[in-house]
Design a protein around this ligand. Structure first.
Ligand code: FAD
Length: 462
């Protein structure tokens, strides 16, 4: 009811029930008797996935996404299709259903979590229902947990970063999936993961590659999915890390480092003629690269400034278009993160990535450290924030930071034990496979090159 304030109390107030908030609370329940109030302005748990375009899938295996306690899907390896042999990747419908189930059957069923959807946290431990106007005030016994640091901006909720003439036809990827007439051609605007998804989806839907034009302000380095496999394929994960450290140890410059990483099959790029400067951590398979190369109409004139009826004005010039051409806006910021702050700070926890690209994992280990360590300085030593990368050099810094955290964890027996059983850790179960020849070989090379490799990365990353 508007005008009244309901008082609540809990150990933690968690703002955001996206992937990060869910993984944190799940881990907190596992490690403690804590009680939690969760708030989200959306109608359910799942965060940005609830607003995502219908053809998006995880770009990493489901097996290490979600929350620690509950598998996402069958966690099987694919038996057919272009990625046969690799672990399956959930689509958005499965991900949303998963978070709904985890909320009901795990978090709420624990009796220690209360969830308030459709509520806006207004700061100062207060939130207000967007439906009834009722105001809530929470007495927080331990901490407020802010998940906003990692929240990605998505096209469905972010206007294009350019002017659009009303006579031009411009849609979001979500709207693309419900067209009622087919366009004369497509112009995909953006160079990130969303644009890649849109291009692949159009090609899969039978669109002629020559009917697609792609506006790419930058070229991206993409991580090779084959080396980000868990479970039975964890030897490949270790092989990838060994190759990365070999490449880093031998690198003579930043440019040479990325040439070596590509030669070692760790990085991929769509256009072999263009040196990428962007690296945001998206993973791809070689079949996707091969398909994307069929699109030959690529414009590299910087960012779009204005979309007019008959032309597209970019930073470096303009290209023609027409009212019958459909422009797909893939220019939301994605994972753009403010400068890092300490994760543990007084009465707050600001959840941030620790290892590159593993947001739910970072949230889960942060909850473990919150419960099993008593001093914030020690907690922050074990959980150094790692900003999501934007450029190739950011990736070098993030890798360095993540490996330093790994080293710190390797000195702590309880954390090592947690890492080996945590499903959100891609390397979990490695100990049981330590006798496999591939694992032994990769481990030997990793150990040999990790010190010089990290030393060179530190020099290169400045
Ligand atoms: C298309 C796409 C695909 C991706 N694929 C992968 C992948 O395969 N693997 C991977 O690891 N990562 C992937 N990511 C990255 C992904 O964003 C993170 O893994 C993670 O899902 C981010 O979750 P989050 O909880 O930080 O953010 P969100 O999902 O945005 O959740 C934050 C929540 O907080 C709520 N909130 C914020 N402020 C307030 C407030 N004041 N009051 C109330 N509620 C508030 C929001 O409503 C939101 O629901 C992908 C991202 C995108 C956009």
């Amino acid at each position: 009811m508007a005008g009244t304030t309901r008082k609540l109390s809990a150990d933690y107030l968690v703002v955001g029930a996206g992937a990060v908030g869910m993984a944190f609370v799940d881990s907190l329940l596992e490690e403690s008797e804590a009680t939690v109030v969760m708030v989200d302005r959306r109608h359910a748990a799942g965060g940005h996935w609830l607003g995502a375009y219908p053809f998006v899938r995880l770009h990493q295996p489901s097996r290490y996404y979600g929350v620690n306690s509950t598998p996402l899907g069958g966690e099987e390896r694919q038996v057919d299709g272009p990625e046969a042999g690799l672990y399956e990747r959930a689509g958005v419908a499965e991900i949303c259903a998963y978070y709904d189930r985890v909320m009901r059957e795990r978090l709420l069923a624990s009796g220690r979590v209360r969830f308030f959807p459709q509520c806006e946290h207004t700061g100062d431990r207060r939130f207000v229902s967007r439906l009834s106007g009722e105001t809530f005030e929470v007495e927080v016994r331990r901490r407020i947990v802010d998940t906003g640091f990692l929240a990605p901006a998505i096209p469905a909720e972010s206007p294009p970063r350019f002017e659009v003439d009303p006579a031009a036809w411009c849609v979001t990827p979500s709207q693309l999936a419900s067209l009622d007439r087919h366009p004369d051609g497509y112009v995909v605007i953006g160079a990130g993961k969303t644009a890649i998804d849109v291009c692949l989806w159009l090609l899969e839907g039978g669109v002629d590659p020559d009917a697609i034009r792609w506006i790419k302000p930058r070229e991206a380095w993409l991580l090779n999915r084959r080396f980000f496999q868990p479970g039975e394929l964890v030897g490949d994960l270790l092989e990838g890390l060994a190759r990365q450290m070999e490449a880093a140890a031998a690198a003579t410059s930043a440019e040479d480092l990325f040439v070596r990483l590509e030669a070692a099959e760790q990085l991929r790029r769509v256009d072999p003629e263009v040196r990428p400067t962007m690296l945001r951590g998206a993973t791809v398979s070689d079949w996707e690269i091969e398909r994307l190369r069929r699109i030959r109409g690529v414009h590299r004139l910087g960012h779009v400034r204005r979309l007019e009826r008959d032309r597209i004005v970019l930073e470096g010039g303009s290209v023609p278009t027409a009212p019958g051409e459909l422009h797909v806006h893939c220019t939301a910021g994605g994972l753009v993160q403010p400068p890092p702050v300490p994760i543990f700070d007084g009465d707050r926890i600001a959840l941030q990535p620790i290892r590159l690209g593993l947001a739910p994992f970072a949230a889960a280990i942060t909850a473990f450290v919150e419960i099993h360590r008593s001093d914030d300085r020690e907690r922050n030593r074990l959980c150094p924030p790692t900003p999501s990368p934007n450029t190739d050099l950011d990736w070098a810094r993030a890798t360095l930071n993540g490996m330093r955290a790994d080293h710190a964890w390797s000195q702590e027996p309880d954390i090592l034990g947690w890492l080996d059983r945590a499903r959100l850790n891609p390397g979990s179960g490695l100990a049981a496979r330590a006798g496999e020849p591939q694992v032994q070989d990769a481990m030997r090379r990793f150990v040999e090159h990790v010190r010089p490799g990290l030393g060179r990365l530190a020099e290169i990353a400045g």
